[in-house]
Design a protein around this ligand. Structure first.
Ligand code: TRP
Length: 339
């Protein structure tokens, strides 16, 4: 028995995000926006990777709420359970099972070479094995569904290469089983810089905007954004090409508005505060429907539960088939010896 690569004629994509609560602007621009767009043309599997999150050593008391909040964000921005499978990793134990089996074909040296591992490892005196093995679980996430492609950010490229290596090594050792999954890295988006203009947008650095923020809160965040550092006074001409606020306008403001701001910034006709006001208003308008949809889920958390339960069931149906195939290839069915 072999698992179909994907249902019907559509190719399959898998992607996931760690639950650290409500999604933020960086998650939206770097990932979710694109996931939403892919739902009509791809067979989509969207995961909340809570078992990856535990390697970061969060508070167990906060994890359930963080998963719920990320699920609401997923649904609010437009991930659609009618079009995609949306589920929580720990609901499908096959992820960790396959990760264990992939240990058999993954060189420790490859794991130690991962730049994310090297970065994270510095924070520990005694490095938990989960930090090292993190990419094996990621490979299992992807290959369990035989995903053709994975939309990810540039920072995940190395993990995707490792996933392909694992697939190749597994296939060589046990027979053709897994595809070599392609990373889909969006051109021209790159790293979304935080409002501090210094680091990648991240919730822990507080340099971003939650996707479900009210217009007031959006403004309170956006007004703190760092602009062209050389523009000290409003009368100084600005340089939109080096201004992170202008970059963000690229996602939320139309071509005409952008051209107008570009010209008036360079000629010092518009100041940074006014420019940020326009950005903030446009973000608030874009995020308005998300807030409305989130309110429905917050009023009815059972609905979220039903969606995730259903997603887990559908994910598991695929996962079970892959695992039956994998166990068979790896000789993990001793009953064969009994005839
Ligand atoms: N490592 C990814 C990140 O930090 C999250 C992740 C886990 C993932 N498993 C995945 C992403 C599978 C894509 C596919 O962003």
């Amino acid at each position: 028995m072999t698992t179909p690569a994907s249902s019907g004629t559509k190719k399959r994509v898998f992607s996931g995000m760690q639950p650290s609560g409500e999604a933020h602007l960086g998650n939206y621009l770097g990932a979710l926006r694109r996931w939403v767009q892919m739902q009509d043309d791809w067979d989509c599997v969207w995961c909340i990777v809570d078992e990856h999150a535990i390697t970061a050593g969060g508070d167990p008391a906060e994890l359930p709420g963080n998963v719920f909040d990320l699920a609401v964000s997923y649904l609010a921005v437009g991930l659609d359970p009618e079009k995609a499978i949306i589920f929580v990793q720990s609901d499908v134990p096959e992820h960790t099972e396959l990760a264990w089996l992939f240990n058999a074909v993954t060189p420790v040296g490859d794991l130690e070479r991962m730049t994310q591992f090297k970065d994270k490892a510095q924070r520990f005196e005694s490095i938990p094995a989960g930090i090292l093995n993190y990419p094996i679980l990621q490979a299992a996430d992807i290959l369990l569904y035989k995903a053709d492609a994975v939309p990810v950010g540039e920072d995940q490229k190395q993990h995707l290469e490792l996933t392909r290596d694992i697939a190749r090594k597994f296939n060589a050792a046990y027979g053709e089983t897994f595809p070599e999954t392609e990373p889909l890295i969006e051109e021209g988006v790159g790293r979304i810089m935080g409002l501090d203009g210094e680091a990648k947008m991240s919730k822990s650095l507080g340099n971003t905007v939650p996707v479900l923020a009210e217009p007031d809160e959006i403004w309170n965040r956006v007004r703190t954004a760092v602009t062209d550092p050389q523009r000290v006074r409003k009368s100084d001409p600005g340089r939109p090409d080096v201004c992170n606020v202008f970059t963000l306008h690229g996602f939320f403001s139309d071509v005409g508005t952008r051209a107008d701001i570009d010209r008036r910034c360079r000629s010092a006709e518009i100041g940074c505060v006014d420019c940020k006001r326009i950005l903030s208003d446009n973000i608030a308008a874009a995020f308005g429907p998300f807030r409305e949809r989130a309110a429905e889920y917050h009023a009815n958390p059972r609905l979220v539960r039903e969606i995730l339960d259903d997603g887990a069931e559908r994910a598991r149906a695929i996962a079970k088939q892959t695992m039956a195939e994998v166990r068979d290839r790896m000789g993990l069915d001793w009953r064969k010896a009994t005839g």
